[in-house]
Design a protein around this ligand. Sequence first.
Ligand code: UDX
Ligand code: ADP
Length: 460
Amino acid sequence: MKNIKKITCIGAGYVGGPTMAVIAQKNPDITVTVVDLNEARIDAWNDEDASKLPIYEPGLDAIVTEARGRNLFFSTDVERAIVEADMIFISVNTPTKTYGKGKGQAADLKFIELCARQIAAVATSDKIVVEKSTLPVRTAEALKSILDHTGNGVNFHILSNPEFLAEGTAVADLQNPDRVLIGGEDAEAIEALAQVYEAWVPRERIITTNLWSSELSKLVANAFLAQRVSSINAISELCEATGANVDEVARAIGLDSRIGPKFLKASVGFGGSCFQKDILNLVYIARSYNLKAVADYWEQVIILNDHQKTRFAEQIIKTLYNTVNGKKIAFLGWAFKKDTNDTRESAAIYVADYLLEEEANIVVYDPKVSSDQIYRDLDYLGTRSPADNRRLVTVVNEPYEAVDEAHALAVLTEWDEFKAYDWQRIKEVMKKPSFVFDGRKLLNRSFLESLGFVYYAIGE
Ligand code: UDX
Ligand code: ADP
């Protein structure tokens, strides 16, 4: 197998963009082209002003600035990029189906299939096709079938190379991965991809498996991580009932080296594009093989997560004397975690929706999320009319404006800057009693109580 000289990535999103930027940075001899149908997104990736990149990730702007124009290119010319590439990464979105069989559970593979058909239609030389998107097990088989039956007689080797980066720490995760996983059948194709990573990842951290194991490992990794969050969140409710403190419990159990300290932070609930989708996928796959107990077991992780979001909203209502009608509630944070502008499945959306059903007035401040995105997220739920969402929700660019005259403040995202605010000033401008609901356990209870806030935090 010849060395890879040209890589194309289809899909310039949260996975494709950062991953290709780091591959290009570490392999100056390989030309990396990232293509997307979305012209506005590509224009943003090409913007001279690196603060205008379509996704926010700490450290990403510097890497893009270093490699772009040298060996990293962003384009909407999908066909040309396919024709020229030795290796094609598929990194398009695979949302949960919103229609038909498997609605609400199975992954929608229409974008993947479109990519496969497009590759088959235009490729005139052999290609290695790499699945980067998270996919249900056995998607590679479908990809191979489409490529082999509709192609122009060229050879396609399919590899699965799931991405384990977490948003907000994508650059660090890519530069220093715990492992790189490559699943496939063709030893030469596997070796070609391994060499791309070997530019910066030690060989012993590049592991290879068969295709199905690789695909399933990605779902299972996310399911285990989400399960830890739901486990500690379940305990957070028990702590509230019994007077234990969930942080103390997490610390005590996390020091057991078999349990470990990470991913034990109780919160208002996990969000993000992966956890819920991947567990739903796992559940769907288990059901399709009639493994009812397995499906029910994993589904419980989602049920608990939904319960945690609802419970937080209900706590706010109960504390505000059982009515939030017409009351102003300030939301600090809308993103699903800090250091990202991504809001997919963010707990904030569901907490807001619950409070809006009670006719609360919500004022949102998030350092990186635009007001357009916030209204899109609410409108997408379809709970009420877009006009009502705009009547009840205001988005501001300044935190002190959000809290002015607010009955309560809720922390939905753990942005560092929230800790550094002038809490004395916030206390002065809020209505009394001034309630703080900390869904991230971010703030300091004794400090806030000393200022006169009434402070509620998950799991205390
Ligand atoms: C996750 C996986 O970590 C990553 O390996 C995979 O490639 C994609 O899915 P991501 O969704 O970007 O990454 O973020 P992650 O840090 O895993 O957080 C997911 C959600 O769980 C966030 O809403 C976060 O706030 C929440 N969380 C995480 C907790 O509530 N408590 C924790 O202890 C950890
Ligand atoms: P992820 O978090 O998995 O990266 P995103 O939604 O951020 O998901 O990015 C996926 C990108 O893939 C989107 O920008 C979308 O426009 C793009 N995309 C989807 N289908 C195609 C296709 N057939 N050709 C090119 N780009 C596509």
